[in-house]
Design a protein around this ligand. Sequence first.
Ligand code: ADP
Ligand code: MG
Length: 231
Amino acid sequence: MNDDKKIIVRVRSLVKDYTSSAETLHILRGLDFDIEEGSSVSISGSSGSGKSTLLNILGGLDRADAGEVVVDGNRIDRLAEKQLTRYRRESVGFIFQFHYLLNDFTALENVMLPAYIAGLSKKTALEKARALLADVNMEARANHLPQQLSGGERQRVAVARSMVNDPAVILADEPTGNLDMENTALVTRILYEAAEKRGRTLVVVTHDKDVAARASRRYVLVDGVLSELKN
Ligand SMILES: Nc1ncnc2c1ncn2[C@@H]1O[C@H](COP(=O)(O)OP(=O)(O)O)[C@@H](O)[C@H]1O
Ligand SMILES: [Mg+2]
């Protein structure tokens, strides 16, 4: 074991409420946790417990009401909108339950586009995209459009795409929520293996015990508090 692992995500006293005219929902009630670089973390919890809210705060899609969120050295709770957009684009890879691949672009183009937009040459972006598609066993489908792929295949493309900009963290929100058992097992294996192979830090929100069990650390979110599960 290496005791000097870098902390890539550092969260302190994270609070998130949702206030409507009727009531205030206390979704996250002061979370404290660290994530080591290159590790995998799963977050479970019942529907409505705040898993997506937490993931969206880590990914700069939503803002905390209080507390400190540091990702790869960025105090993201203090970033202005413009910097936050850049943070989302360059430091985070997202995978959602329902694929957000661009329908008019092939699998290969979907994977290369974020890198091309980030400023890589077309040639380099394509090379990276091809290597990532190979990692998820989709090189034979590189020129297919999303609608020509199965749900599991689309999620494998989404896994490849999430990694193309070498993000500090990969955030997956119910990545297998729309898949059958067989594809759940396959996409889970591919997601964790691709992250491990490239030394990427992975945070997976899931209600599936088997998907969660594969992570190096498992947490559960109950009543706005995050607890680590041991064995
Ligand atoms: N934009 C919002 N405004 C008001 N309430 C919200 C908003 N987003 C989420 N919530 C509420 O916050 C709670 C947590 O939601 P969410 O993080 O999506 O839970 P989970 O992903 O664990 O199912 C739910 O009760 C949900 O209704
Ligand atoms: Mg959710």
